[in-house]
Design a protein around this ligand. Structure first.
Ligand code: NAP
Ligand code: SF4
Length: 670
């Protein structure tokens, strides 16, 4: 008996059967754009198919050049290209999986001058103004989608996903916000839907009956001028009648100012929307967004809200996700913590997509943990992300590993991060490593501060001793009202009603979030929806309403010396969420500050040459980090090979992505 009877049951589509209810959602990795990278992309897909995924959906491929996301980005428009795609489809089939190609036309999100849309209205997130398609142009776009699907069939794909959500071209036709046409393709909801419906109809005609057509339908636009619920339902019915096999859930346009997938979004936060649509159609529906563990997926299915679940990032984090669920090893799943640091933030920087907690993602052919030919006795000092990744990867390779941690628990900075409201997922990574240490047989010494003498007998020593908070030289820094972020977040020291936070880097922002939430910070779905103004789409078009955040229990000032915007160094896909959250909590953000002193009155600062007193009860210092690596010199003097990783190596960029990557790569090389 499996605890996941719904998740693991096959789905009969009439002409083909999916082996389980899991769709690996589309994620552009950056390997799609050049056929030269297809061997690496093939291994990336094959590893996930071997791991048991039912149906893989590729990253987006444009049906013509106007639909390119970027100049020379991925497209599928010729038989020669289709032939190249056989490299991708064959290994997935060999592994018993199925794969569908996502057909994505960027419309006004195209980052190039060829862009087209329903109307010539520039997107707020793109400098290029699209050209409005003529009636003839619209017809040509419909043919392009159908031709692309036919080529996908030629390439051996089991189906296509027609990307109709997230604010891309089809979605732009559907919403009044971007479709101001008065011809046959706009002016009324029926006419705005026609483009989507014709694409599905024409595609079905071209590909025949025994080919999967997934239509990704925007159920919640989350923008002003988004679709009304009755139009969403009507579209779903028409898409079904036009020949779609499956409807997938799309949530939020890229320009929406509501987070839809970052870590602070509660798990399965939008499954209710899929459940609201499901009774209106007869074909299977897929639910999506922030589903990352088998229990969450099973609940989404057993509640009757959906027939399948879509997960994209969880398969970057762990290609073995399904196998582990099947074999009762869910505690071994390397959970996607929705940080976006190595996936979407990379995609936006046009860097190859990977995963913070699994640096092998996207590098399957290059970063391998092959069994070692010479077993070494290795000491790893420090059980934060860097030390944990190094220790477990070394042990996986067959080395004899001992891990020393001065604290009485593993996790390092992640132990602090998981206490921040909206970052609870970080606890999953600690759970994963705790189990991984057992599975790989690492000998763990907790509460043990290893000395240089104790480490000299090892063949290699990996120092992952992390960081210590920097203490700025400031008059009054010893005043009782001054605390470090470790005192506040880890040790739960009392903080007053008025607080100044010194330093607005990643930790200063996190601490401000911590201080502006009530003592019991667990975010439930209703609170989250109220905070971001998300509502039932029947109550408001696009599902968007007035934001009603819970008031902060404290007045918080967030300060930095730089004149740049607060939080400007944070990740592209999560930084704006933090900034908007702090604004909603009325955190006063002060850049360009000089710190003068702390005394009984508060924190004295100068801003733009003007002295100011912040009458605060507490000052929390988040002024960056200093590396802790005292053992290095003694060990080197004793002739022991020493490797510095993580914050002990470079504290200035203390960063879990680099730490885990460095730990894994060192382990692969030793
Ligand atoms: P950080 O991002 O480098 O920020 C340090 C802050 O301290 C800056 O705002 C800096 O701004 C200020 N500062 C530096 N020296 C100072 C001094 N002598 N006196 C006063 N202020 C000073 O470092 P962090 O916030 O410690 O975060 C480190 C890394 O951890 C980041 O890369 C981030 O990605 C990651 N992170 C970790 C967590 C976690 O929970 N562990 C959470 C979020 C992010 P000014 O110099 O302009 O004053
Ligand atoms: Fe998930 Fe973060 Fe990995 Fe992206 S980088 S897949 S969000 S854990």
């Amino acid at each position: 008996m499996t605890p996941y009877p719904n998740l693991l049951s096959p789905l009969d589509l009439g002409f083909t059967t999916l082996r389980n209810r899991v769709l690996m959602g589309s994620m552009h990795t950056g390997l799609e754009d050049k056929a030269a990278h297809f061997p690496e992309l093939a291994e990336y897909y094959a590893e996930r198919a071997r791991g048991g995924v039912g149906l893989i959906v590729t990253g987006g491929f444009a049906p013509n050049k106007t639909g390119w996301l970027l100049p020379l980005a991925s497209k599928l428009t010729t038989s020669a290209e289709a032939k190249q795609h056989r490299q991708l489809t064959a290994p997935v089939h060999e592994a018993g999986g199925k794969i569908a190609l996502q057909v994505l036309h960027a419309g006004r999100y195209a980052y190039h001058p060829l862009s087209v849309s329903a109307s010539s209205i520039k997107a707020p997130i793109n400098p290029f103004r699209p050209r409005a398609l003529t009636g003839y142009g619209v017809r040509k776009q419909i043919d392009a989608f159908a031709n692309c699907a036919a080529l996908a069939r030629e390439a051996g794909y089991d189906g296509v996903e027609i990307m109709g959500s997230e604010g891309y071209l089809i979605n732009q036709f559907l919403a009044e916000r971007t479709n101001k046409r008065t011809d046959a393709w706009g002016g009324t909801p029926e006419k705005r839907r026609r483009f989507a419906v014709e694409i599905v109809k024409r595609t079905r005609e071209k590909v025949g009956e025994d080919f999967i057509i997934i239509y990704r339908l925007s159920m919640l636009d989350l923008v002003d001028g988004g679709q009304r619920w009755e139009d969403v339902v009507a579209l779903a019915k028409e898409v079904e009648a036009a020949g779609a096999t499956i409807i997938n859930t799309g949530i939020g346009w890229h320009e929406a100012r509501v987070p839809t997938i970052v870590t602070s979004v509660p798990r399965a936060a939008f499954t209710w929307v899929t459940g609201k649509l499901k009774p209106h159609v007869g074909i299977p529906v897929v639910t999506s967004n922030r589903i990352n563990m088998p229990q969450v997926a099973e609940e989404a299915l057993s509640s009757g809200a959906a027939d399948l679940v879509s997960m994209a990032r969880p398969f970057l984090a762990d290609p073995e996700w399904i196998r582990k669920a099947e074999t009762g090893r869910e505690d071994e799943i390397n959970t996607c913590i929705a940080c976006n640091q190595a996936c979407l933030d990379h995609a936006f920087k046009r860097k190859l997509v990977s995963c913070m907690v699994n640096p092998r993602a996207g590098h399957e052919t290059k970063l391998t943990l092959a069994p070692t030919r010479r077993v070494k006795h290795v000491a790893v000092v420090g059980a934060g992300p860097a030390g944990l990744s190094a220790a477990t990867a070394l042990a996986e390779r067959g080395h004899r590993v001992e891990l020393f941690e001065a604290d009485d628990e593993i996790g390092g900075q992640f132990g602090i991060a998981r206490k921040i409201p909206g970052k609870e997922e970080f606890a999953e990574t600690i759970r994963y490593y705790r189990r991984r240490l057992e599975v790989t047989g690492v000998k763990l010494h907790l509460g043990k501060r290893a000395s240089a003498a104790e480490l000299t007998g090892f063949d290699e020593v990996v120092l992952a001793t992390g960081v210590a908070p920097r203490v700025p030289s400031l008059p009054g820094i010893d005043h009782p009202k001054v605390l470090s972020y470790v005192d506040v977040v880890k040790h739960g020291k009392q903080v007053g009603a008025r607080v100044a936070v010194i330093g607005a880097g990643g930790i200063g922002v996190d601490v401000s979030e911590f201080l502006t939430h009530a003592d019991s910070p667990a975010l439930d779905l209703d609170t989250w929806m109220a905070e971001w103004g998300v509502t039932d789409p029947e109550a408001a078009p696009g599902g968007l309403t007035e934001r009603k955040p819970e008031p902060s229990p404290r007045q918080v000032y967030l300060l930095q010396r730089k004149k740049t915007g607060i939080g400007s160094g944070l990740g592209k896909t999560s930084g704006w969420v933090h900034r908007a959250a702090l604004k909603a909590k009325r955190v006063e953000q002060l850049p360009g500050v000089s710190y003068e002193r702390v005394d009984d009155d508060g924190l004295h600062i100068t801003v733009d040459g003007t002295p100011r007193l912040l009458e605060v009860d507490t000052v929390v210092v988040c002024a960056g980090q200093e590396p802790v690596r005292d053992l290095a010199d003694d060990l080197r003097a004793a002739g022991v090979p020493v490797h510095l990783i993580g914050g002990a190596d470079v504290a200035a960029e203390l960063d879990a992505k680099r730490a885990i990557d460095q730990g894994t790569r060192l382990a692969a090389a030793l």
